[in-house]
Design a protein around this ligand. Structure first.
Ligand SMILES: NC(=O)c1ccc[n+]([C@@H]2O[C@H](COP(=O)([O-])OP(=O)(O)OC[C@H]3O[C@@H](n4cnc5c(N)ncnc54)[C@H](O)[C@@H]3O)[C@@H](O)[C@H]2O)c1
Length: 268
C-alpha cells in the first residue's frame, strides 16, 4: 500500500463495529495500520472484531456504548483519552430507526430515531472534534444514506429526516473545522446487504427485483464496499476532501428513476 494511505500510528473510532459496514471500516483502517476503538451495543460482536484486529498486530479497544446515550459516549471518550491519548479518525456508522408511515408514527418514535442517528453522531463528532481541533488534525465520516438527499417512501419518514440532518451536520462541521485541520465527510450508501435487508427481501421476492432495478451495477452493496472509501477518507490521500457527500450506490443516484429503463429493454 502506498504511504499516502498509511494509517500507522493513528487511532480510529468506529461505531457499529460489531457487524456490517462498521466492522468493515474497522478492519479496513486496521489493515492500513491504525489502532481501533470499537463501539457497539453488541459486546460479543465488538470483542470478536477486536480479536481479528489484534491478529493483525494492531491495538483494539472494544467498548460497549449505546450511541443514543451522550453519557455512554462521554465515558467512552474518557477511556480513549486514558488508553490512547489521541483520536485521529472517526466513522459514525451505527444508528437505528423506527420505520412506520408518516400518518401513524408516534412522535416518541421519531425522537428515538433522532437520538440514535442525529444526536448520537453529533455527540461523537463534538467529543472527537474537541480533541482533533487541539491536535490540529482529524477526519470524520458521518454515514448517511441515499435517504439523506432523496425520498424513499416505504415508511422511512423518521429515518430520512434524520439522515437529512446528518448531511447538514457534515457540511456545517466541515465549514467550521476544516480550516483548523479537521475534515468531515459523509458516505451515502444505497442498499447494502445486512440481516435486516435480507429479511425484507426474503419476505417478498418482488422487493429484490424492485430494488435491483434501481442499481445499474446489478447487485446490492456488500459491507466491504465501504473499505476503500474508509481508508481514503481516513488517510492523507484525501487531505483536500472535506464537506463532501459521496454516494456508494452502484450508480443509483446517477440514474433517472422515472425515465430510465434497464438496458435489456432496448438491447439489440
Ligand atoms: N445497509 C444499508 O443498506 C444501509 C444503507 C444506508 C445507510 N445505512 C445505515 O448504515 C448503518 C449501518 O448499517 P449496516 O448495514 O452496517 O447495519 P448492521 O445491522 O449490519 O450493523 C449495525 C451495527 O450497529 C450496532 N448498533 C445498533 N444500534 C446501536 C447503538 N444504539 N449504539 C451502538 N451500536 C449500535 C449493531 O449492534 C450492529 O453491530 C445504519 O445506521 C444504517 O441505517 C445502511
Amino acid at each position: 500500500m502506498s504511504s499516502m494511505f498509511d494509517l500507522t500510528g493513528r487511532v480510529s473510532l468506529v461505531s457499529g463495529a460489531a457487524s456490517g459496514m462498521g466492522k468493515a471500516v474497522a478492519m479496513a483502517v486496521a489493515e492500513a495500520g491504525s489502532d481501533v476503538v470499537l463501539a457497539d451495543i453488541n459486546e460479543a460482536g465488538a470483542q470478536a472484531t477486536a480479536q481479528e484486529i489484534e491478529a493483525l498486530g494492531r491495538r483494539a479497544l472494544p467498548v460497549v456504548c449505546d450511541i443514543s446515550s451522550p453519557e455512554a459516549i462521554r465515558a467512552m471518550f474518557a477511556k480513549i483519552d486514558e488508553t490512547f491519548g489521541q483520536i485521529d479518525f472517526v466513522a459514525n456508522i451505527a444508528g437505528e430507526a423506527v420505520r412506520k408511515k408518516p400518518e401513524v408514527i408516534e412522535l416518541e418514535e421519531v425522537e428515538w430515531t433522532w437520538r440514535n442517528i442525529v444526536y448520537g453522531r453529533f455527540c461523537i463528532c463534538q467529543e472527537a472534534g474537541r480533541r482533533m481541533l487541539k491536535q490540529g488534525r482529524g477526519s470524520i465520516i458521518n454515514l448517511g444514506s441515499l435517504a439523506s438527499i432523496t425520498a424513499l417512501g416505504r415508511g422511512h419518514i423518521a429515518y430520512s429526516m434524520a439522515m437529512g440532518a446528518v448531511v447538514q451536520m457534515t457540511r456545517e462541521l466541515s465549514t467550521e473545522w476544516s480550516g483548523r485541520g479537521v475534515r468531515v465527510n459523509s458516505v451515502l450508501p444505497a442498499q447494502v446487504l445486512n440481516p435486516g435487508l435480507q429479511e425484507r427481501i426474503d419476505s417478498d421476492p418482488r422487493i429484490k427485483d424492485r430494488f435491483l432495478s434501481g442499481i445499474p451495477t446489478g447487485r446490492f452493496g456488500s459491507s466491504d464496499d465501504i473499505k476503500g472509501l474508509a481508508v481514503f477518507l481516513a488517510s492523507d490521500a484525501s487531505s483536500w476532501i472535506t464537506g463532501t457527500l459521496i454516494p456508494m450506490d452502484g450508480g443509483n443516484l446517477a440514474m433517472n428513476a422515472g425515465g430510465s429503463v434497464g438496458t435489456e429493454v432496448f438491447a439489440e
